[in-house]
Write a protein that binds this ligand. Structure first.
Ligand code: KDG
Length: 323
């Protein structure tokens, strides 16, 4: 049994050791990044059985992706190695205020060669849920078609599907991004955009209007990230707001959305059967509350996922809130 399958590109991330400007920093730390593998790690720490699927080069960085993920309890037995194309790398630059700048070196990577013919039914074997993001479709027409095929196949097999648009403007044109992301929304049960992504997709609307518009496209649940305002969830039956958690020391915002997704899914997966009929308000609030906690925790550590908590840590924090 596997609770969640994710598909995506995982890369090796280099970050300046002293958080200095990329140009002048002589020392770098090396770790794993990738929105979908971040979610798999987050869920695995929260006690869910996860599988990550993706393509990697037959190179030492590909080995590092696999050993890191399996060390975090993620099943990588369906990962595919490519003998001709490399594992991608990327760099974070902490020089600026606000979100770090990111520089990708991923064109022509093994993951970017994913095509619909490579999609394997076995990836979904024994699984209850598929999580995908808008990053994989941004890597090329064939990766978009492959993502669509896997989402369709998951729905046919009775899996629930979540979709985080994870808009990465550097990877594709505005027009293609908007058109492709909008076309994938009807294939998911749980859609989790940020407020800026919602505006990118639909133009400026009231928050409630976004909820209604996305629900009308097909998802049963829309969970919107509102940054410092927390989050809000919409179903046919209800809309529920969850307050943000304080961020005491803001270090690295990259990966916060993936942390949010892990927290959200970790609760929703315990209510999988209820999602199609409209999840109850209590469970929705619990999911958003935990998602907000994980999002805030992820921003307080360097790296995408290293600061993510275990289930025992989450329970400790949330129980502490009540006492
Ligand atoms: O959400 C974090 C990701 O942005 C990061 O891990 C790298 O997957 C990545 C991407 O494509 O930006």
């Amino acid at each position: 049994r596997v609770d969640v399958v994710t598909l995506g590109e995982s890369m090796i991330l280099f970050q300046s050791y002293n958080q200095g400007a990329l140009q002048y920093e002589p020392l770098f730390t090396k770790s794993l990044a990738g929105a979908e593998s971040n979610v798999a790690i987050g869920l695995s720490r929260l006690g869910k059985k996860t599988r990550w699927v993706g393509r990697l080069g037959s190179d030492p960085f590909g080995d590092l992706v696999l050993t890191t993920l399996s060390g975090q309890g993620v099943d990588v037995s369906h990962a595919v190695r490519d003998n001709e194309a490399p594992t991608a790398v990327y760099f974070k630059d902490f020089k600026r205020y606000g979100d770090p700048a990111v520089y990708y070196y991923r064109k022509g990577s093994a993951a970017s060669r994913l095509s619909p013919e490579m999609v394997d039914e076995a990836w979904l074997e024994g699984a209850g849920h598929l999580h995908v993001t808008g990053i994989t479709p941004a890597l090329g027409d064939h990766t978009a078609a492959a993502t669509r095929k896997l989402m369709e196949s998951a729905r046919e097999k009775g899996l629930t599907v979540s979709f985080d648009p994870n808009l990465r403007r550097k990877l594709w044109s505005e027009e293609t991004a908007r058109e492709t992301l909008l076309s994938l929304i009807p294939l998911c049960d749980i859609f989790m955009p940020g407020d800026e992504e919602a505006e990118f997709l639909l133009g400026k609307l009231e928050i409630e209007a976004y909820g209604e518009a996305f629900l009308n496209m097909g998802p049963k649940l829309v969970a919107m990230k509102l940054g410092a305002e927390g989050s809000i969830g919409f179903t046919e039956k209800a809309s529920v707001r969850a307050e943000p958690f304080a961020v005491d020391r803001l270090i690295d915002t990259v990966g916060a959305g993936d942390a949010f997704a892990s927290g959200l899914l970790s609760v929703l997966l315990d209510h999988r059967e209820e999602i199609s009929g409209g999840l109850g308000e209590e469970a929705l609030h619990e999911a958003l509350h935990r998602a907000n906690l994980l999002g805030s925790m992820a921003t307080q550590f360097k790296g995408d996922w290293e600061g993510l908590p275990t289930l025992a840590e989450v329970r400790g924090i949330l129980d502490g809130e009540k006492s």
